[in-house]
Design a protein. Structure first.
Length: 152
């Protein structure tokens, strides 16, 4: 699966696994400066997990006109957030708030969003539960890099 195609004229493709590996490394290094390298590397690992699906790969390889039409419609930011939330939130005990904060950071990596509206409805859970092609993205992430992830 492709995460990015360079816009420098070479057309070089960067796979989601390559992009994730670089992001994890950068996040870990930046996190070391303030003592949160594990949290930062986890955020890097999960942030583009939703790009591991055919719909995103088709979007990234589409012509300019089609990409412009689809921009913002092929979600990817909430997949890693849902993965973390579903696996660890219920049984996280004292670190439940940390799971919630990391989940929000991953889901909001393209922009902050409100977690509640004026009527006090829970927008956060709704956003995380509406992930398209979730199983496909998770399975591809596991096969490509997720299962090999080793924290420091």
């Amino acid at each position: 699966m492709t995460a990015h195609i360079s816009d420098d004229g070479t057309g070089r493709e960067e796979s989601v696994a390559e992009h994730t590996e670089k992001t994890v490394h950068l996040c870990r290094m930046k996190g070391r400066r303030c003592g949160i390298s594990q949290i930062m590397s986890l955020c890097g690992m999960l942030h583009d997990m939703g790009k591991n699906k055919k719909a995103f790969d088709d979007y990234i390889h589409a012509d300019e006109k089609e990409r412009k039409k689809l921009r913002g419609k092929i979600g990817h930011a909430s997949t890693g957030a849902k993965y973390l939330y579903d696996r660890y939130h219920e049984n996280s005990g004292k670190v439940k708030v940390l799971v919630e904060l990391i989940t929000y950071a991953v889901a909001a990596h393209h922009g902050v969003f409100d977690c509640v509206n004026e009527e006090r409805n829970d927008l956060f859970s709704a956003k995380v539960s509406r992930v398209e092609d979730y199983d496909e993205a998770c399975n591809n992430a596991r096969a490509g890099y997720l299962d090999q992830y080793q924290p420091d």
